[in-house]
Design a protein around this ligand. Structure first.
Ligand SMILES: *Cc1c(COP(=O)(O)O)cnc(C)c1O
Length: 410
């Protein structure tokens, strides 16, 4: 590796080259069998991914957005209700809510974890909602609509504080759907149960994305729902396949939302390597923490909460002059990205929801300062040293790039 070789933000070439023969065999097998939609390849992957995620059922679907939408619909979330989520997520989370006929309502994230703040969730339910004496439904007093579900997002591959979220959900009789699209294999230590739980096994259902850049990525589009509830599993199997359990007998109107056989076969090959890839991401994160520490920049990176055994989909730092740092890293051939530059409540697409600047101060303060550094399983230690050296040079005294005191890594 020469000193000025490009360090990509993400490497989608090496892992596929390493597995090229096995991946090509999947394609050959599909051509020989003529099996392109449904069939054994999909079922085998579903069985393996359910096992990996610690859930009873896995239903492969076309993408993560479909996974969220089908999970919302199958969990019985009614139209014209409100679904609680966070403003600092990818728009797919809220698109799925709207497409299921509900409306997103936001609660802010915790300033240390960047995931849903259970205290703010509680505050919203206690202060802005009241139980309808007749139906017992939880009604948002300002929006005059019932609240029907909670969708925490395990952002960046770190677990949201699920014990506290599940406790609030139970107190208000609301189902929880995990957006696990960035968290394949992440684990949460439940103090309530005294055990580790896998992302995708905790809520009523969970959504995963297999978009190529995710920790488990297809060579195209893919997604899955995991659940322990046989009825939800059955409903999603129908929703993804035009509302039919038997061909041409349609119980409801559904969607064309299936995972195709070739993608399932490719995902199954890659799934065998996922635990190791996640471990390599954790090692890389640990090395970033050590390098930042040695550079006196230990406050720069997002830490890992004690309850989370994260899978580092992204490695995020926070600086005051983010654009400058990004520009200068780019000038040294180092790729970075922003997840995400504008919180959803301030997006043009959601103007009709009526939110304003100042509504979610934690998410709003983070958005202009967060930067995702190169992170992928094959990232080399020497490459990480180059990244941190570059950051250190740019952040020396007199430079305008100033470290934000983040949650020092425990
Ligand atoms: C990627 C992602 C999705 C959507 O997945 P697609 O497969 O692109 O539809 C949803 N939520 C989050 C948090 C994501 O990162």
């Amino acid at each position: 590796m020469k000193m000025n070789d490009a360090i990509p933000f993400l490497d989608l070439i090496t892992p596929h080259q390493e597995l090229k023969e096995q991946l090509c065999n999947v394609f050959t097998a599909a051509l020989e069998k003529g099996a392109f939609v449904g069939g054994a390849m999909v079922e085998e992957f579903e069985r393996d991914f359910a096992l990996f995620s610690g859930a009873t059922y896995c239903i492969g679907v076309a993408n993560g957005t479909d996974a969220l939408r089908f999970a919302i619909m199958a969990a019985g979330i009614k139209k014209d209700t409100l679904v609680i989520t966070v403003p600092n997520t990818f728009i797919a989370t809220t698109e799925a809510i709207s497409q299921a006929g509900a409306t997103p309502v936001f609660v802010d994230v915790n300033e240390r974890t960047y995931n849903m703040d259970p205290c703010k969730l509680r505050e919203y339910l206690e202060q802005q909602c009241e139980a309808d004496p007749g139906s017992g439904e939880i009604i948002d007093r300002f929006r005059m609509k019932p609240v029907s579900a909670i969708i925490p997002v395990h952002l960046y591959g770190q677990m949201a504080d699920m014990d506290a979220i599940m406790e609030n959900a139970a107190a208000y009789g609301l189902p929880v759907i995990e957006d696990a699209c960035q968290a394949h294999g992440a684990q949460y230590f439940s103090r309530a149960r005294g055990e580790w739980q896998k992302a995708g096994s905790i809520g009523r259902a969970a959504a995963f994305s297999f978009y190529p850049g995710k920790n488990l990525g297809a060579c195209g589009e893919g997604g899955a729902v995991t659940t322990n509830d046989p009825e939800i599993a059955q409903k999603i199997r129908m929703l993804r396949d035009h509302g039919q359990a038997r061909k041409y007998y349609h119980e409801v109107e559904g969607y064309n939302g299936r995972l195709d056989a070739i993608q399932a076969g490719l995902l199954r090959v890659k799934l065998r390597h996922l635990a190791e890839w996640n471990e390599r991401r954790r090692d890389a994160a640990q090395w970033y923490f050590e390098l930042l520490n040695d550079a006196g920049l230990e406050g720069l990176a997002l830490g890992e909460p004690a309850w989370s055994n994260g899978v580092y989909h992204l490695f995020v730092v926070r600086v005051e002059n983010r654009e400058e740092l990004m520009r200068r890293l780019a000038s040294e051939n180092i790729g970075t990205a922003i997840h995400y530059p504008v919180p959803l409540h301030l997006q043009q697409a959601y103007r009709h929801l009526g939110y304003q600047v100042g509504d979610f101060p934690v998410a709003e303060a983070a958005a202009p300062e967060i930067l995702s550094l190169p992170m992928f399983p094959q990232l080399g230690r020497d490459q990480q040293e180059r990244v941190v050296n570059a950051i250190r040079r740019l952040m020396s005294p007199g430079e305008e790039v100033i470290a934000r005191e983040m949650w020092a890594h425990a």
